[in-house]
Design a protein around this ligand. Structure first.
Ligand code: ADP
Ligand code: MG
Length: 365
């Protein structure tokens, strides 16, 4: 069986069965659950998650607050042990290993830098703990500060840095131990929009350059779509879909994914059957064309006739809410630089879209 390795769990009390994990996976989760019991309440933070993260991949765990992303990441890092299930890193079952015995490192949301230490000492910290001599560890720390484009701040304290610089120091500190897998929990959450976008592209190119597997947690769909090779969408502790950004956007598996990733018209039951023989379907607002008055650039009948209710300006496009004569209201995005006229509320409009614009949602979740 080339490419696979059979691993026995090192902890007999945990499992005596042998498990098989693919060697091509950087991280494998098999039926992993985590249940918290606090104040007499039971929380299924993560429920039966199966996941394969490929080696060298930029993989994002995306989901709303409280959906189980951090718990999942902490279980991969070893900070929280799964209630049931198995986790392997590069084919080795590490389900019960402590964090320091796993070839992973974590960048925490608050960066967790030591305020009394210099930036250089912060970055070199894990080498110091391992007894690496000062000259060697400082040289390595300086190299990493250069990698994250902060060659001149080694002697400062973390508080003398901007938020974006602190974020980079936290990254350098996590990278110094040469982890095979880097875990990042909403690392850009504290930055303002402009800096966040800049760090998104820097992080992505750094990951490509280093070739390490990144598992990145965010609740921000734009961040997930723009950075990831693949995305796993969490909802209430479950993984709803794992797909590339474009698959996720064009072919969401569930209503939740359709609505969480991008704006969507999700139509169900009779509302859906007005347009297609389906129980649930999705149409993205930018795939609907709106026309007013007599003139039309379209041949054939409109899909719907309706009245414009609301018009909002979003910079790159106008979002128009139209109430068709029958069925649910529809969102339509009009390009700002297109030929389309921007309608006023109350105007009559005809709506057109292609068959290909209708995505049938099969799942009944
Ligand atoms: P996310 O990172 O997606 O916001 P979390 O993984 O932090 O979600 O939390 C998932 C669920 O588990 C939430 O309902 C949260 O309140 C609960 N939870 C997380 N950590 C603990 C804990 N240590 N004790 C009890 N409940 C927890
Ligand atoms: Mg979290």
């Amino acid at each position: 069986m080339t490419g696979w390795r059979v691993c026995a769990s090192p902890f007999l009390r945990f499992s005596t069965r042998e498990r098989v994990f693919p060697m091509t996976s950087a991280v494998s989760l098999r039926d992993v659950s985590c249940v918290f019991r606090s104040a007499g309440k039971t929380v299924h933070a993560v429920a039966g998650v199966d996941l394969e993260v490929r080696s060298g991949e930029f993989f994002t765990l995306l989901g709303p607050s409280g959906s189980g992303k951090t718990t999942c990441l902490r279980m991969i890092g070893g900070f929280t042990l799964p209630t049931s299930g198995h986790i392997a890193i590069h084919g080795q079952d590490v389900s019960q290993h402590p964090p320091y015995e796993r070839p992973v490192n974590t960048v925490f949301q608050d960066y967790a830098l030591f305020p009394h230490m210099s930036v250089l000492d912060n970055v070199a910290y894990s080498l110091m703990v391992r007894g690496v001599e000062r000259a060697t560890r400082e040289k390595k720390a300086q190299q990493l500060l250069e990698t994250v484009q902060l060659p001149d701040v080694g002697q400062r304290k973390p508080l003398q840095l901007s938020g974006g610089q602190r974020q980079r120091v936290a990254l350098a500190r996590a990278l110094i131990s040469e982890p095979q897998v880097l875990l990042l929990d909403e690392p850009l959450g504290a930055l303002d929009l402009k800096l966040r976008e800049q760090m998104q592209s820097e992080l992505k190119s750094l990951q490509r350059k280093l070739g390490i597997t990144f598992i990145f947690v965010t609740h921000d769909q734009h961040e997930a779509l723009s950075m990831s090779d693949r995305i796993g969408v969490f909802n209430q502790g479950r993984l709803e879909q794992v797909a590339t950004p474009s698959e996720l956007y064009t072919r969401p598996a569930t209503r939740f994914v359709a609505e969480f990733v991008g704006a969507a018209n999700v139509l169900q039951g009779d509302d859906a059957r007005l347009y297609a023989p389906a129980n649930a379907l999705m149409i993205r607002p930018e795939l609907i064309e709106l026309q007013m008055g007599e003139a039309t650039t379209r041949s054939g009948p409109a899909r719907a006739h309706g009245t414009v209710h609301e018009v909002q300006f979003f910079g790159a496009f106008w979002r128009v809410q139209v109430q068709p004569e029958q069925g649910a209201a529809l969102l339509v995005d009009l390009p700002v630089h297109g030929s389309a006229q921007v309608p006023d509320p109350g105007a009559s409009a005809r709506l057109y879209w292609s068959d290909a614009a209708m995505h049938v949602i099969e799942a009944q979740a």
